[in-house]
Design a protein around this ligand. Structure first.
Ligand code: PEP
Length: 248
């Protein structure tokens, strides 16, 4: 089983709600067809880890963000050494951070490096805006993101990487991308990784799709060539929906 399904809870769920959701998922997902990663807020990570360890569940944890420095005067930020041992994965370059918090490609490259330095697997999100797609610049946008975002890590380090293709227009919009669009971009990303790192490493890098996925449309993506799983936002907050996606 090397399919990966990641739930990005974003800024939802207080500690008690997070505890309830993890408990329900643990009970509901009895026959997973994927490795399942939950990304609650920082506040809930320690409790989530406690539940996972005490029940020895298959669930794994990811963070939603990381600072590019390992310590220092960065009020409100969370560093890699704080996450090390707590989570296995970390989302980097999510479009909400690129757009709302104006994280540029260079900063995201340093965050990818911070993950690798701290033995965390970055889930690097890339994807084009509506305008870029309309202007015929979807591939160019994604390739430019990859080129800069991966510029601070070595070839060997790249084998510990997950890429999520998340077209900005599909995130939280209810407008999921046509599978043909996802197929084409996934193959573009894979080809880029193949050219840059060679086949052995490219084959190790899972490429996920994210953008308004739910139990009704998930299978269409999971069946695509080289699509290694899903990054799920809104639907990951509903335990029935998310559990179903993890057992398709
Ligand atoms: C996301 O936030 O990464 C995402 C894919 O959200 P949604 O599934 O809600 O579109």
């Amino acid at each position: 089983m090397n399919r990966l399904v990641v739930g990005n809870w974003k800024m939802n769920m207080n500690l008690r709600q997070a505890e309830t959701l993890i408990t329900r998922l643990r009970q509901q997902i009895t026959a997973p067809t994927a490795s399942v990663v939950l990304c609650p807020s920082f506040v809930s990570l320690a409790k989530a880890q406690e539940i996972i360890l005490s029940h020895k569940t298959f669930l794994q944890l990811g963070a939603q963000n990381i600072n590019d420095n390992d310590e220092g005067a960065f009020t409100g930020e969370v560093a890699g050494p704080m996450l090390k041992g707590l989570v296995k994965y970390c989302i980097v370059g999510h479009s909400e951070r690129r757009i709302i918090y104006q994280e540029d490609n260079e900063l995201i490259a340093r965050k990818v490096a911070a993950c690798i330095r701290n033995k965390l697997t970055p889930i690097l999100c890339v994807g084009e805006t509506t305008n870029a797609r309309q202007d015929g610049l979807a591939q160019r946008t994604v390739l430019d993101q990859l080129e800069t975002n991966l510029s601070e890590i070595t070839r060997d380090e790249a084998s510990n990487l997950v890429i999520a293709y998340e077209p900005v227009w599909a995130i939280g919009s209810g407008v999921n991308a046509e599978p043909s669009i996802v197929q084409a971009m996934t193959l573009t990303i894979h080809q880029y990784l193949f050219n840059k790192y060679g086949q052995a490493i490219a084959d190790k890098i899972a490429i996920l799709y994210g953008g308004s996925t739910n139990v009704d449309n998930a299978s269409a993506y999971l069946g695509l060539h080289k699509v290694g799983g899903l990054l799920v936002g809104g639907a990951s907050l509903n335990y029935k929906e998310f559990s179903s996606i993890c057992q398709l």
